[in-house]
Design a protein around this ligand. Sequence first.
Ligand SMILES: Cc1ncc(COP(=O)(O)O)c(C=O)c1O
Length: 408
Amino acid sequence: MSKLIYFDNNATTMSAPEVIEAMVPFFGQRYGNPSSMYPFGGEAAAAVKKARENVAALMGCEPREVVFTSCGTESDNTALWSALRTQPDKRHLVTSRVEHPAIGSNLPFLKNQGYRVTEIGVDEKGNLLWDQFIESLTPDTALASFLWANNETGTIFPVAEMAEACAERGIQFHTDAVQAAGKIPLNLAGTKIDMASISGHKLHAPKGIGALYVRRGLKYMPYMVGGHQENGRRGGTENVPYIVALGRAAELALANMDDENTRVRALRDRLEKGLTEAISHTRINGDPQNRVPNTTNISFEYVEGEAILLHLAGSGICASSGSACTSGSLEPSHVLRAMGVPFTAAHGSIRLSLSVHNTREEVDYAIKTFPPIIAKLRDMSPFWKDDGPAEDNSMLSCETGSCQVCGV
Ligand SMILES: Cc1ncc(COP(=O)(O)O)c(C=O)c1O
């Protein structure tokens, strides 16, 4: 099989042909500014309006509750800073230990500024520690911000119930729904969620467009201040082609939701079963039931994820690993560490994330391709002997400061 096999749809997705077709005219002959008063600008405004309606349909909210942004990261930052700036007397933020950096990277700065930050833990499947969450909520809490679906494992947080608990206590609730949108129904209107982020390039629109749901009546402050675009909620001339793209992608995502939850789920399960049956010493990271339908995170113990990726790339397969190379040492992902995944497994973890564009033929090719790669890498591993782990693996511990794999 010579074509590219793309199993990294949680990283980004291919823009759908229908999406490209819809957006292209707005780069060319339909270049009007939606704020202009003449009909040529009105054409662009009408296209933005239609896109807003489609995004609202995907999110299950009213069109006027949708604010277009430049990406998921901007949506997350907007929500966080809006909550903190509109409630200056409240100095506490609650989030989790497994958040995306779009929220997580704000925390050191906030702590530095004197905010109190509570990071709730997860169990071994990545599910939220509910009691810890409830106990963390105080009258001083400005915002609770939690992923809807985890980008690495797919595990789903019970955000509707969490938002209820926050609403009862007068606390704003934001969810990063970037990895949930298009995979599971959002139905925001039926919840107490105050703000929700999505990103176009995770659902077959281009990179560089996102949206933030802001519940009607919520105290809100823009992150980008400028003109009166987006009803005064986000300054900057609207990126009409990309907004149109997101609208069309949202329409397709809604239409494909059944396929995602039946065919794509079955493909993911086939892939997972094929790999775990063919290869010994594997484990699934995440909750096998409570997760989005397209994602699997599998550990191939005693091998290095990055090495697996290189070999997969040589066979035309794109995936991602649960360890990241930082300053020469391989750090296991903060998500897998928070779940307590043993580091021999965390180091060899691979995320495979599918989309409606994947086929059974591709899955079967992957099931055949993995076993010789893992066998070869294990043959070279000092922690593997013959058909199993080497007897003395005592040097393998990130906790003791003597890990020979990652150097921590
Ligand atoms: C859960 C989650 N939140 C936020 C983002 C950031 O989105 P964007 O790339 O559009 O800024 C991502 C992208 O990887 C993500 O997976």
